[in-house]
Design a protein around this ligand. Structure first.
Ligand SMILES: NC(=O)c1ccc[n+]([C@@H]2O[C@H](COP(=O)([O-])OP(=O)(O)OC[C@H]3O[C@@H](n4cnc5c(N)ncnc54)[C@H](O)[C@@H]3O)[C@@H](O)[C@H]2O)c1
Ligand SMILES: O=c1ccn([C@@H]2O[C@H](COP(=O)(O)OP(=O)(O)O[C@H]3O[C@H](CO)[C@@H](O)[C@H](O)[C@H]3O)[C@@H](O)[C@H]2O)c(=O)[nH]1
Length: 480
């Protein structure tokens, strides 16, 4: 029986391995982690991450051919194929701080593999890593090899949160990069056979190692660039009276551009886009490609601009101050159908409003109060470390309350900010909400989910990203 071990039981390791176990009953899959609470949660009824469809798969396979364990060394030493899916945060100190990927966790996983292995291994990079990481890992492994042969493959993951199971069941492509030697090709073939249990062969792409590593960073940079492009246009729409939904629809009809991923928003979030672009920028700079680095940096600058613009719009519309005013925040996760808050634009928007002394009442369908409080007091990039290494005893933010109902959040509020596109926010009883708010009642839709005209009829002053401004907002221009 082929044995697979995945180091890192996170948003990637958990779902990917669950799907491999489901689709390959003859393979034994062990997912290991240094975080005991995380492993305990994977072995409980309350999985550590919320992902539609994941519970059922885990229930079906757990204890049969899918195991979650803290016995890292045991499972690594027994495995034929080892996936490494650990954190690769942005460095916060030293050379490349604020940009370069911190490979501490990756390196410690590689050293551990070298220490405990007694048989040949295929080591698969599942984490997103800088180009040429495989070469460094190869050096660590072979330096300590004791005669054991290692083949390193790059197999980046392209799943998006909220649709992870769908994406894993039916990926646009599976990418495998390997050495172009007979042993390298054999390893590539072995991994290809795992995916071939359910992925059509023409969707499994094989490349050299460096192309696979770079393709992951490139794909995320292209995706994020699309959002910054549409968000940049949204600012111009507000200035000119054009409507971003109409512009995006018209632009996306061009088959060369396509309709997906063109929703203007308060800004992109998530654990990957910013981190991976910063990483790309750093690699360009290290290779002397300043113009290329600056080009990609702009994608992040526009994203920061979009978040700032939103906060400025809220404050300037409400008579240039939100001091002491109750603002309801609807949605805190970085997108719908996930409880993940890593780099969510809600953090920056909330901090901006708190900076102007607002009182926030936050409601999200999946994010816990504890998580929200941690996010609002944590330093940038501190989130991307194993949970037991993250700062504890964070300062309490007393101007924030977290509630479990949109009506409660909005009761007595001066304004509402919609920051996540949860379906529930489309069907709330906005008349009831309006009646219970201070007047004038403001609604700032950072996700374009509400029916602007209907809300204006009820009496709201509405701002919706990239949509024609109502008269009130035109009279209260926001500073960029
Ligand atoms: N989240 C996504 O949607 C996504 C998608 C594609 C790629 N990625 C990439 O995949 C990697 C993992 O991301 P994630 O979202 O799953 O992170 P995560 O924080 O959810 O999970 C990483 C896990 O690795 C564990 N870990 C760290 N060092 C370890 C070690 N030495 N031994 C054992 N366990 C260790 C941590 O405790 C943690 O549980 C990152 O490189 C990320 O960029 C993420
Ligand atoms: O038209 C759009 C699409 C997305 N977003 C925002 O962009 C962010 C990222 O969304 P999405 O890409 O759907 O989620 P992620 O889970 O971050 O997935 C991205 O990052 C992963 C980690 O690398 C990759 O594997 C995926 O392919 C890539 O889509 C979220 O805040 C979204 O709200 C928009 O504002 N407008």
């Amino acid at each position: 029986m082929v044995k697979i071990c995945c180091i890192g039981a996170g948003y990637v390791g958990g779902p990917t391995m669950a799907v491999i176990a489901l689709k390959c009953p003859a393979i034994e899959v062990a997912v290991v982690d240094i975080s005991a609470p995380r492993i305990a949660a994977w072995n409980s009824d309350q999985l550590p991450i919320y992902e539609p469809g994941l519970d059922e798969i885990v229930k079906q396979c757990r204890g049969k051919n899918l195991f979650f364990s803290t016995a890292v060394e045991k499972h690594v030493s027994e495995a034929d194929i080892i996936f490494v899916s650990v954190n690769t945060p942005t460095k916060t100190q030293g050379l490349g701080a604020g940009k370069a990927a911190d490979l501490t966790y990756w390196e410690s996983a590689a050293r551990m593999i070298a220490d405990v292995s007694k048989s040949n291994k295929i080591v698969v990079e599942k984490s997103t890593v800088p180009v040429k990481t495989a070469e460094a890992i190869e050096k660590i492994l072979t330096h300590n090899s004791k005669g054991i042969k290692y083949q390193i493959l790059s197999n980046p993951e392209f799943l998006a949160e909220g649709t992870a199971i769908e994406d894993l069941f039916s990926p646009d492509r599976v990418l495998i990069g390997g050495r172009e030697t007979p042993d390298g090709q054999k390893a590539t073939q072995a991994l290809k056979e795992v995916y071939a249990h359910w992925v059509p062969e023409d969707r499994i792409i094989t490349t050299n190692l460096w192309s696979a590593e770079l393709s992951k960073l490139a794909a995320n940079a292209f995706l994020a660039q699309r959002i910054s492009s549409v968000n940049a246009m949204s600012a111009l729409c507000e200035a000119t009276g054009a409507n971003i939904s109409e512009v995006a629809h018209a632009v996306g009809k061009d088959t060369r551009i396509g309709p997906k991923f063109l929703n203007a928003s308060v800004g992109f979030g998530g654990s990957c886009f910013q981190k991976d672009i910063l990483n790309l920028v750093y690699i360009c700079e290290c290779n002397g490609l300043t113009e290329v680095a600056n080009y990609w940096k702009q994608v992040i600058k526009v994203n920061d601009y979009q978040k700032n613009r939103f906060v400025n719009r809220v404050v300037s519309s409400m008579f240039n101050t939100v001091s002491g005013k109750k603002i309801a925040i609807l949605g805190f996760a970085f997108k719908k159908d996930t409880g993940d808050t890593r780099e969510t634009p809600a953090i920056d928007v909330c901090r901006g409003l708190l900076g102007d002394k607002a009182q926030l009442s936050i409601y999200d369908l999946q994010v816990t109060e504890d998580q929200i409080r941690r996010d609002l007091s944590m330093k940038k990039f501190d989130w991307d470390h194993p949970i037991h290494l993250q700062p504890m005893n964070l300062a309490a933010v007393k101007e924030v309350s977290v509630v479990w109902d949109a009506y409660e959040a909005t009761k007595g509020a001066h304004g509402i900010c919609i920051l996540t596109e949860w379906d529930e926010f489309k069907t709330l009883d906005y008349k009831k909400i309006f009646d219970n708010m201070q007047k004038p009642a403001f609604l700032f839709d950072g996700r374009n989910v509400v029916d602007v005209e209907k809300l204006r009829e009820i009496g709201f002053i509405v701002y919706s990203i990239g949509k024609p401004l109502d008269a009130w907002l035109k009279d209260m221009p926001a500073m960029a």
